[in-house]
Design a protein. Structure first.
Length: 395
């Protein structure tokens, strides 16, 4: 039986089909106007913790007719439907509990970095950004990976919703051409409170070659930092989701960063690759400049199989790798471990994160465990960030 060859014509046909498929999927998972909408609501106890006031205090102020505060409407069983993020922010504004940095403190630029793929960089970056912004930190998430998974997670289809001129490819290209470029033009809002982002698409990959081709010396590694500097005063935290390779974009992230999180699964091949990452980082820092330093650098064990899974041999091997990692990397290891979970599969099937789901489709307990695990990771990183600031007023 004759099988026809797959030529460039057939590949273009696949691309056209892919665009149609993505459009239809977006209509299924996003709102009717194709923008991502947050439907999650927050319970009074959650709101009290996020706002920094007791439930009774909030309730008392909401009942005061002189205040422009109104509780969520009642639904069935005389219960309230829960607070929106907009209502939470309004309460923070009213009580004056928004996050503040002292004049001597600088915003953190946190790079989620590893030169290896499949280590959950994007998963950590998007969840950490949402966690921190929900706590009240004004956060900027930069998608520096041309695969654009972060951009897709925020409800945009790369190369369809996001055009080349909206990505950092356009920024790098125009800067290299000697033009004055406003980095703020590439910052977009999201559906999530206090969270902005810089989107990506496949065009960003061209920056690898264009940056490498110019003769700027070490200045070529400072391009991203020069852009972030223009908007840094608008944020408490900037998070960079990096590509899984050592290239011009990764080097720009390393130069711009003031702190690093290195996700790494507890498997021999992955930890061997991470050791190579440190060797390359040692060499790269010599190229970037001896004045490069980080306020903290931590390894986050990721994708560890939970004890509820049945393959005990894999569990033992992962435990052995982790034991050796904690023994030798010691203070460079985060205490938290990111466990594999079916809950992520369920929510990602709807193009959501763990933090966006009100009613999980799978096991509620599995979802609660996943939320607890992710919160613990993000809380530990939040504490590290706060330790870099001399003042933690309202934090």
């Amino acid at each position: 039986m004759y099988i026809p060859p797959v030529t460039k014509k057939e590949i273009r046909d696949l691309v056209e089909r892919q665009v149609i498929l993505q459009q239809e999927l977006k209509k299924v998972f996003n709102s009717p106007d194709s923008d991502k909408v947050l439907t999650k609501r927050y319970k009074p106890a959650e709101v009290a913790e996020l706002v920094g006031r007791s439930k009774s205090h909030i309730n008392r102020e909401e009942k005061n007719p002189d205040n422009d505060l109104s509780p969520p409407p009642l639904v069935s069983n005389n219960r309230r439907e829960g607070y929106t993020q907009e209502q939470i922010q309004k309460l923070r504004d009213y009580f004056g509990t928004n996050k503040k940095l002292s004049e001597e403190d600088e915003p953190i630029i946190l790079s989620i970095q590893n030169f290896k793929g499949g280590v959950s960089k994007t998963t950590i970056a998007i969840h950490l950004a949402m966690y921190l912004s929900l706590q009240g930190y004004k956060t900027l998430l930069i998608d520096l990976d041309s695969q654009a998974s972060t951009t897709h997670s925020l409800g945009k289809i790369p190369d369809f919703d996001i055009m080349e001129e909206e990505t950092l490819y356009s920024f790098f290209h125009d800067v290299l051409e000697g033009e004055d470029v406003n980095f703020g033009d590439y910052v977009q809002p999201t559906h999530w409170m206090n969270l902005d982002y810089v989107p990506s698409n496949l065009a960003l990959y061209n920056s690898e070659y264009e940056i490498a081709a110019v003769d700027l010396g070490a200045e070529k590694f400072a391009l991203l930092y020069s852009g972030i500097e223009q908007v840094i005063d608008n944020y408490h935290i900037v998070i960079i989701d990096t590509p899984p390779a050592l290239g011009m974009l990764s080097l720009n992230a390393l130069y711009a960063a003031t702190a690093c999180i290195i996700p790494c699964p507890p498997r021999m091949l992955d930890f061997t690759s991470t050791m190579q990452f440190f060797k390359m980082l040692d060499n790269v820092m010599g190229v970037l400049g001896e004045d490069i330093s980080y306020k903290f650098l931590k390894i986050l064990p990721t994708r560890k199989k939970a004890r509820t899974q049945k393959n005990e041999n894999i569990d033992v091997m992962e435990d052995n790798v982790l034991e050796l990692a904690y023994k030798h990397f010691g203070e460079y290891m985060l205490e938290s471990i990111f466990y594999e979970t079916a809950a992520l599969d369920w929510v990602s099937g709807e193009n959501k994160t763990l933090f966006e789901v009100d009613k999980p489709k799978g096991s509620p307990q599995t979802h609660r465990n996943a939320i607890k695990n992710m919160n613990a990771i993000c809380k530990e990183i939040e504490k590290l960030i706060c330790k870099t600031w001399s003042s933690t007023e309202e934090m």
